[in-house]
Design a protein around this ligand. Structure first.
Ligand code: ADP
Ligand code: MG
Length: 238
């Protein structure tokens, strides 16, 4: 399960309201992409969902239950960061095992999940290497592996591919889409890249200055952009 619902969620930093009241529902199993220009609030919104930032007002529900005051580790969500944030001194295996160790999962179950994640991500031959001995794409897979083993209700990606070169980005995009098909788990994916949004999303959420300009499938936004901003951002024919 992984339905995420925001009801009248706002966020202010000091006197500055960066997210005005916002309503949004991401359905269980959906691949939702938050897209919009730099500074429009994509990361903030993701961090509010993850619980890494407190919302200023409103409510967040996960699978129909109020999660507004639930701490991040108890929300059942896994965040994948762009800066790989792997432990350089630990092997791939230990990096992937780390969140399970923290959660007190027993060794046999840890091994089972590591093997499954490594297989899904083509990392089986790299489990004993350290992050420094891997390519950028492989490191990004390890970061995803670390999220998978937590068996989250939803994955939250914040521009995970922005550190990779263009060719690698295309491949990783396909891998993440494949993973979504296989796991059928909710994914929320933040990007400022229109191509990523158009090719990966079931649902695109177009953000501008903290508010939602339009929500729809890639085809809906392409054929029926609500305004010039959406049209310009999605690259619709004028
Ligand atoms: P995006 O991810 O779309 O580039 P962000 O969510 O990072 O945008 O930022 C949205 C707005 O909130 C920006 O104006 C940014 O300066 C502001 N902001 C983000 N985090 C903080 C913070 N911790 N303190 C103050 N302002 C912040
Ligand atoms: Mg950001």
């Amino acid at each position: 399960m992984g339905q995420i619902k925001l009801n009248q969620v706002t966020k202010s930093f000091g006197d500055v309201e960066v997210i005005p009241p916002l309503d949004l529902t991401i359905e269980d199993g959906e691949f939702a992409v938050f897209v919009g220009p730099s500074g429009c609030g994509k990361s903030t919104l993701l961090r509010l969902i993850a619980g890494l930032e407190d919302i200023t007002s409103g409510h967040i529900e996960i699978d129909g239950k109020d999660a507004t005051n639930v701490p991040p580790a108890k929300r059942g969500l896994a965040m994948v960061f762009q800066s790989y944030a792997l432990y350089p001194h630990m092997s791939v295996r230990k990096n992937i095992a780390f969140p399970m160790k923290m959660a007190g999962i027993d060794e046999a179950e840890q091994q089972r999940r590591i093997d499954a994640a490594a297989k899904a991500l083509n990392l089986t031959d790299y489990l004993d290497r350290r992050p420094g001995q891997l390519s950028g794409g492989q490191r990004q897979r390890v970061a995803i592996g670390r999220a998978i083993v937590r068996e989250p209700a939803a994955f939250l990606f914040d521009e995970p591919l922005s550190n990779l070169d263009a060719a690698l980005r295309v491949g990783m995009r396909l891998e993440i889409s494949e993973l979504h098909k296989r796991l059928e788990t909710t994914m929320i994916y933040v990007t400022h890249d229109q191509v990523e949004a158009m090719t990966m999303a079931d649902k695109i959420v177009v953000l501008r200055a903290g508010h939602i300009e339009q929500v729809g499938s890639p085809l809906e936004l392409y054929h029926s952009p609500r305004n010039e901003f959406v049209a310009g951002f999605i690259g619709s024919p004028k």
